[in-house]
Design a protein around this ligand. Structure first.
Ligand code: SF4
Ligand code: SF4
Length: 435
């Protein structure tokens, strides 16, 4: 098959993959080379692997598993797993001892305000034993332990994931506010900025016209092969997001977990999407770097836009990962990092000293401004905003570019090794307001 000079098809690219001469680059590799002055033609890149890792509240699990022998109880009325409330249903099974449950990603433990469904899903994927408690419709209380291996149906669903980037937040008011866009109270008088969005490596930023992303597109969700199922809730042409589904048994715990915000636990989810480069228009989007991708700065109190910067302002010349040097820890009486880390990656006590679980760290950066001794450090950048007499420091990121890049690299490797076969969409996705 001969490719046209201006247009290629999925099957043109699949043929190259099968022949072993496909060129696959992560979106980060392409943008780094563009920044170094390199130019690309349509036939220089066949597939770009993109990704995003962020707080994605619209994530939930559907679980179905046996908890008792048939006829032990008629129906479950209420269920908790590790004290996190689950919704019984959609199929409220009768007399068969099997639970069908929906667990919303933003649910919170009834006994630990810092433990939510994101932590529960991560614990399940890690293989931990979890406590299942049931209140039946006739008032019995039953409990048992289970693991993910004993849950035959465990699918993660996304009702609102993989946003085409997002927003930055400042507080112009005089008093601090509690918000989901910070993990502590957000200081007033433009003293700090938080933001969300992986910029140039975001999937919908690379294929905004959805020429290759549609219903049935195979993707990685938290490392597991899953599928796009449609447009996410509250999507619009300007602010699109996707729905999707993947099997929790195949997931990598590194890519998901709980994250405490000012309003309680939320959930981290990571998507990776392979985009075949079909035409010049697509290539032009793929070549856009962070500096060309706008980032609206909104008032955290009402989400009204007040400034516009770019993703270059927050991701370029900043450290995407957080560094840690235990030797310079001051051994404070109360470790402020332990108390504020939104993913509980830090533990400090006199007996064991300071412990940092790198595998949990989301690289949010909050510890950098809170650690008294500089044990945790990174350059997160500060932003000049017109009319504000000081630079506004970024203190918290609700996207993890390190995890996203790892997901994009993993996907690239899987395609190269023939472990991930790209699928052509079976249905077109349109967002309200799109042409
Ligand atoms: S706040 Fe920083 S310096 Fe103090 S105990 Fe915690 S890690 Fe060490
Ligand atoms: S960057 Fe710091 S505060 Fe954020 S998750 Fe990692 S250790 Fe915790």
């Amino acid at each position: 098959m001969t490719e046209s000079s201006t247009h290629r098809t999925f099957s043109d690219i699949q043929t190259k993959i099968d022949r072993g001469d496909v060129v696959i680059l992560t979106a980060q590799e392409i943008c780094d080379r563009v920044r170094n002055g390199e130019t690309f033609d349509l036939h220089d890149i066949d597939v770009v692997t993109t990704a995003t890792s962020a707080l994605m509240s619209g994530t939930y699990a559907v679980l179905s598993f046996k908890v008792a022998q048939p006829d032990t109880f008629t129906k479950a009325a209420k269920v908790w797993i590790n004290n996190v409330p689950a919704q019984v249903g959609p199929c409220p099974n009768e007399r068969i001892g099997i639970l069908d449950l929906i667990v919303l990603g933003t649910q919170v433990s009834t006994i630990d305000p810092d433990y939510g469904a994101g932590d529960l899903f991560r614990d399940l994927i890690l293989g931990s034993r979890v406590l299942v408690e049931i209140e039946t419709d006739d008032g019995q209380h039953l409990s048992s332990f289970t693991t993910l291996k004993q849950i035959p149906h465990a699918m993660l669903h996304a009702s609102r994931n993989a946003f085409k980037n997002y927003l930055a937040f400042v507080n112009p008011g005089k008093t601090a506010v509690s918000t989901i866009f910070h993990s502590q109270e957000m200081k007033g008088n433009y003293e700090e900025m938080t933001f969300c969005g992986c910029g140039e490596i975001n999937p919908l930023e690379n294929d905004p016209e959805l020429k290759t992303i549609g219903v049935g597109t195979k993707v990685l969700i938290n490392g597991a092969q899953g599928f796009v199922t449609g447009a996410g809730t509250r999507s619009s042409a300007d602010n699109p997001n996707l729905t999707g589904i993947a099997d929790m048994h195949q997931m990598n715990p590194q890519f998901l977990g709980g994250f405490t915000t000012g309003h309680g636990p939320d959930i981290i989810t990571t998507w990776a999407v392979a985009i075949p480069v079909l035409d010049k228009e697509m290539l032009n989007h793929i070549l856009k770097t962070d500096e060309q991708i706008p980032l609206k700065v909104v008032d955290v109190r009402n989400r009204k836009p007040i400034f516009e910067i770019t993703y270059g302002d927050v991701w370029n010349k900043t450290d995407h990962g957080i560094e840690f040097d235990k030797k310079i820890c001051l051994k404070c009486d109360v470790c402020r990092v332990e108390s504020i880390c939104p993913v509980k990656a830090v533990h400090w006590d006199l007996e064991t000293g300071l412990k940092f679980d790198r595998s949990r760290c989301f690289n949010c950066g909050l510890c950098v401004s809170r650690c008294k001794g500089g044990t945790f450090f990174a350059h997160l950048g500060s932003i000049e905003l017109e009319g504000i007499d000081h630079k506004v420091p970024v203190t918290l990121r609700q996207s993890d570019r390190v995890a996203a890049l790892k997901a994009a690299k993993d996907l690239k490797k899987q395609i190269q090794k023939g472990q991930f076969k790209m699928t052509e969409p079976v249905g077109k996705i349109t967002f309200p307001g799109s042409a």
